[in-house]
Design a protein around this ligand. Sequence first.
Ligand code: PLP
Length: 397
Amino acid sequence: MAYLDHAATTPLRPEAAAALVSAEFGNPSSLHASGRAARRVLEEARESLAGDLGVAPGSVIFSSGGTEADNLALAGIFRARRSQHPDRRIVVVSAIEHHAVLDAANALRAEGAEVVELAVTGDGRVRMAEAEALLAARASEIALVSVMSANNETGARQPIDEIAAALAGTGIPLHVDAVQSVGPGGDLLPATAAVSVSAHKFGGPVGVGALILPTSIPCAPVTFGGGQERSVRSGTLNVAGALSMAAALRAARSNPNGTAEQGRSITDLRDQLAVTVLAAIPDAVINTPLANSLPGILNVGFPGCEGDALLMLLDAAGIQVSTGSACTAGVPRPSHVLLAAGQNDAAASSALRFSFGWTSRQADVAAVGAVLPDIVARARRAAGAAPLNPAATGLSR
Ligand code: PLP
């Protein structure tokens, strides 16, 4: 089996698995000995995570994952800002955000928000000129800006430093969805921004994440209850999950390439796959800007194919990939990310995302190369398209 869907979720690292079962039992809000022991473990996890991310421990708000962190940032910051400045009703997002951001922003329309989407270039990066023009024209109306550090479908890195610089001095808070880039990417986070992270993307367990929320950014609670996490995110804390997340991040930072063989990095494997794909399918379109992207993501369009058909055929051959993002797979819609980058419906529906992680091996690349010509030819026949690639046709059954 070749698992090439690490951007959807990556296996638990051994260090994270060990931490998960080692954590002290107890509710960290309890005052007795078990509660105090659990609190100690939780705070150690918070410090370890903050140290590795380069942020203040007090800014870490544990959450149930990336989606909750994104929702809290969008709704919480919007509401807090609006209560201070009723005229600030614009929520700025990029057109290629994950639905955890896009849909959270759109839900705020019911509360009076105006959502402005920043367009992207053909290689999927936010157009800075457009962001700057918006700021010049409407800065006094903006509640917050949310732009991801790197896109989950194409891997394209976003100009976060430039956006942070453009916002400096305006008082407008920046939220960064760094769910895909924290971990093997090793990125440092923008110091003044609110940042979403999610453990299962870097070898921790599913169901735990964090919003890094500097105390300078106002944020209203979205859930109510026991007042945990600075009263911003109530709910009994997941101590074992937090400890395991911290262990996963430490392991991902110290050994980003995991078990990749022969000194090959995740990027080497990804680049090797790009070469392999183009050799097999010369008219394939590489949608990932390889020079400015996450190390492990390769997004490829296969003209004349439906991505979903390719996914099923590859799955039957023991190769697991994704169309666009796993969160929207199964919904027969072209990728909103590729549409935003200027592709038409057919091209945006023909893409597959291959993503590498700490258990990836060279054999995974070879497995794709061995079956791809035949599978693409079959998908083209299924789509009723004329075979575009004679080499592929020759190898088809
Ligand atoms: N943001 C991005 C960029 C993602 O890729 C994902 C997951 O695919 C999420 C948010 C949601 O994270 P979680 O699965 O932890 O809820």
